[in-house]
Design a binder for this molecule. Structure first.
Ligand code: SAH
Ligand code: SF4
Length: 351
């Protein structure tokens, strides 16, 4: 069959487009720009899964779209619900890899924790995800489809990019996904309720701030470079001083604060001296500090601090007038806690 081949045109995944890029795509097909908003509403507000459903578009247009583009979805392979109501979905992706998303219901809100990569290249020593290496980035469609999957049954008021992966190492796809989350024709989530968490990629923090308005959370986790080099290898590239400057320069809308995440690890970063250094580091930056108890997992080298040292750390920051909360660990019984996503699966407990 030499010389004979069929050219199959790859259809675009329509959920990879931000509103602006969908407008450009449609204009390339000779369509009106405002059609993009109509399509967005179908995809993200009504959960349409086929172009056929989009009844305010002409039949011909729907047919043409179906030839050019496809609408993907993610169906959970497995759902686990914790005694505290935390709900974890495991999704199998087209290439066979898997990711997880976690919904955390609280009295006044429901927060979805979304993954941005399969695995993570950052290799933080206290993080189970970090031991899996990076397999690949998620596409924009794969990021927003995690939200679509929950939206069918759950109300979502807040989104945090704190699942598997380093969001700023997948910045272009993450920016498109953030635009869809906050778009009035998309998921319509206020940008005050969307948070990107990073291990501290300094140039990307700046790029993120230029591209979108969302909340920033920085996983600081240490107060000296010596400590942080050990816990988070990325610190060798972007040491604490540079990271603090990036926080200082991050454009914040009125009265908003950067979240500083600080995982308390017994005997490593939980002393009163650490608390004192932390206060000094953060002086003059509008921050709220999120203290997180280290979550132990099988084979980990670290331990959760005693309650006493957590309280002492917390009180010291309060005394110095920092806004601080110690985060309650949610969903521990289903391995939905920080840094534990996909743990069970990798250990062969798939079924
Ligand atoms: N890669 C991004 C977002 C995902 S990690 C980041 O590092 O910020 C989300 C949060 O979980 C981070 O603040 C990280 O420090 C924390 N974390 C990771 N492993 C943990 C563990 N074993 N116990 C408690 N928190 C952990
Ligand atoms: Fe990656 Fe964040 Fe885990 Fe570090 S803490 S390995 S950056 S997911």
């Amino acid at each position: 069959m030499k010389g004979f081949f069929i050219h199959v045109m790859e259809k675009v995944d329509i959920k990879n487009f931000s509103l602006e890029s969908l407008e450009d795509f449609l204009q390339g097909l000779g369509k009106e720009k405002y059609r993009a908003k109509q399509i967005f509403k179908w995809l993200y507000q009504r959960g349409a899964t086929s172009f056929e459903d989009m009844t305010n578009l002409s039949k011909d247009f729907r047919r043409e779209l179906a030839l050019q583009a496809r609408i993907t979805t993610l169906e959970p392979e497995k759902i686990e619900i914790s005694v505290d109501g935390t709900k974890k979905y495991l999704f199998l992706l087209e290439d066979g890899s898997s990711i997880e998303s976690v919904l955390i219901p609280e009295e006044d809100r429901a927060t979805l924790c979304v993954s941005t990569q399969v695995g993570c290249a950052m290799g933080c020593r206290f993080c189970l995800t970090g031991t899996f290496k990076l397999e690949r980035n998620l596409s924009c469609a794969e990021i927003v489809n995690q939200i679509c999957a929950f939206r069918g049954t759950d109300r979502i008021t807040n989104i945090v990019l704190m699942g598997m992966g380093e969001p700023l190492a997948n910045l272009d796809n993450v920016i498109s996904a953030l635009k869809i989350m906050t778009c009035p024709d998309g998921f319509q989530i206020s940008n005050r309720r969307v948070t990107v968490s990073t291990s501290g990629l300094v140039p990307e923090i700046e790029r993120l701030g230029q591209a979108v308005t969302v909340n920033l959370a920085v996983s600081l986790n240490a107060t000296t470079d010596e400590q942080r080099d050990l816990l988070m290898p990325i610190n060798k590239k972007y040491p604490i001083a540079e990271l603090i400057v990036a926080c200082r320069n991050f454009p914040l809308p009125n009265r908003r604060m950067i979240t500083i995440e600080y995982v308390l690890v017994r005997g490593v970063n939980d002393s009163l001296d650490d608390a004192k250094r932390l206060v000094k580091l953060l002086r003059g930056i509008p921050v709220k500090v999120n203290l997180i108890r280290f979550n132990e997992y099988d084979g980990c080298e670290f331990r959760t601090p005693e309650q006493d040292s957590i309280d002492r750390f917390h009180s010291y920051l309060l005394e110095k007038n920092l806004t601080v909360i110690t985060r309650a660990s949610r969903g521990a019984d289903i391995s939905a806690a920080c840094g534990q996503l996909r743990a069970k699966l990798e250990k062969g407990e798939k079924n």
